[in-house]
Design a protein around this ligand. Structure first.
Ligand code: AMP
Ligand code: MN
Ligand code: MN
Length: 343
């Protein structure tokens, strides 16, 4: 995230506050987060949504593109009652607010709501954010989108409560890897302290979000990790470790696709590789690719080169074609200029 621009200007914050405060009492507000929502996308959106409720916004919906099922680990989140399937989302709301999406391509079929809404507000922390909203609150130095969301709630004068704090905390712990990543600044811990002071229970939350999975998923992970491949010469000798999972793997273990989101955390432990990768089948010849780096390689450059995006050390893209080709493209992209310069 170094080299990223500054956070939102005072004028941008003021415009965002005005966009919310200036809404008429019967205004319709639609919240959208990115496809395949993670803890930051859902947690920021629902935490913020509950804040809007506290402000008296009555016609409020939250949604995300794709199949409407909320991954089991997030189904208990306060505010899930705001969620509607994308097909039921207001076609022309007065205000659309987007969460954790670096570009409008992450909004799938919901992208049309941006054009039809009275106005649009983007809350995000990706350095690669394209500024696709009418008003953009993008802070590349924020550890999670929930940092930006809380910044706006504070400016709107919404008092923090435990329900709002739960989503915002889930978002913060997700994107900092439970306060392990470099993004874990003093400001992150200060925000966590504020959230915890509302009385939320971090042990319960972490167990539900990170440390619970069905036995079938444990077996599936065993199989998929068992076929991981280490390529020490890749990425100019920094090493690549990768594995893949197909729809057939999921079906054999009777598991939904979202269980694979946690897989990258086991793969990236590999000491011999700076870059780790999980290729997850998402269609007939379509793959959702997760990339991670320990610091030598800027994987966002790899992802952008292959049509995706993300952060320096955590990025992704959608691969098309046979598995071999997708992995070959990653290998090739890792051979290009993607090393992080020495500072
Ligand atoms: P994931 O591996 O899915 O956890 O994603 C890691 C990071 O890469 C996140 O910050 C995402 O925003 C970004 N990312 C993942 N997939 C894509 C994609 N298809 N297009 C753009 N950014 C992506
Ligand atoms: Mn996200
Ligand atoms: Mn995020």
């Amino acid at each position: 995230m170094t080299g990223a621009g500054p956070g939102p200007t005072d004028a941008e914050w003021a415009a965002a506050v005005e966009a919310v405060r200036g809404l008429p009492a019967d205004a319709r507000v639609l919240l959208i987060c990115h496809v395949n929502p993670d803890g930051d996308a859902l947690g920021s959106m629902l935490g913020f949504g509950l804040g809007l409720r506290r402000l008296g916004v009555r016609h409020l919906q939250a949604t995300f593109p794709g199949p409407p099922g909320v991954p089991e680990p997030f189904r208990w989140l306060p505010g899930v009652e705001l969620l509607v399937p994308q097909d039921d989302a207001d076609p022309d709301p007065d205000l659309v607010i987007c969460f954790d999406a670096a570009g409008d391509s992450r909004l799938g079929d919901l992208v049309d709501r941006l054009g039809r809404a009275g106005t649009s507000l983007v809350l995000d922390h990706h350095a690669s954010n394209t500024g696709f909203g009418r008003i953009n609150l993008v802070d590349p130095h924020a550890a999670a989108t929930s940092v930006v969301a809380l910044g706006l709630l504070d400016r709107l004068g919404v008092p923090l409560d435990a329900e709002m704090a739960t989503g915002l905390y889930v978002a913060l712990t997700t994107d900092t890897g439970s306060f392990r990543f470099e993004a874990t600044t003093p400001a992150v811990h200060e925000m966590a302290a504020r959230l915890l002071a509302t009385g939320i229970r971090p042990g319960d939350i972490s167990r539900r979000i990170f440390d619970t999975r069905p036995f079938g998923a444990v077996r599936l992970f065993g199989e998929v990790l068992g076929r991981a491949t280490l390529e020490p010469a890749a990425a100019a000798g920094h090493g690549l470790v990768w594995t893949y999972a197909t729809h057939d793997d999921l079906a054999r273990h009777d598991q939904p696709a979202y269980v694979l989101e946690a897989l990258i955390d086991s793969v990236r432990c590999t000491a011999e590789a700076d870059v780790s990768c999980v290729v997850k089948q998402s269609g007939d010849a379509e793959w959702a690719v997760s990339l991670r780096s320990k610091g030598a390689v800027d994987v966002s450059r790899v992802a952008v080169a292959l049509g995706g995006g993300g952060h320096r050390f955590a990025a992704g893209f959608t691969g098309r074609g046979p598995l071999d080709e997708v992995v070959g493209n990653i290998r090739a992209a890792l051979g290009a200029e993607v090393l992080v310069p020495h500072s």
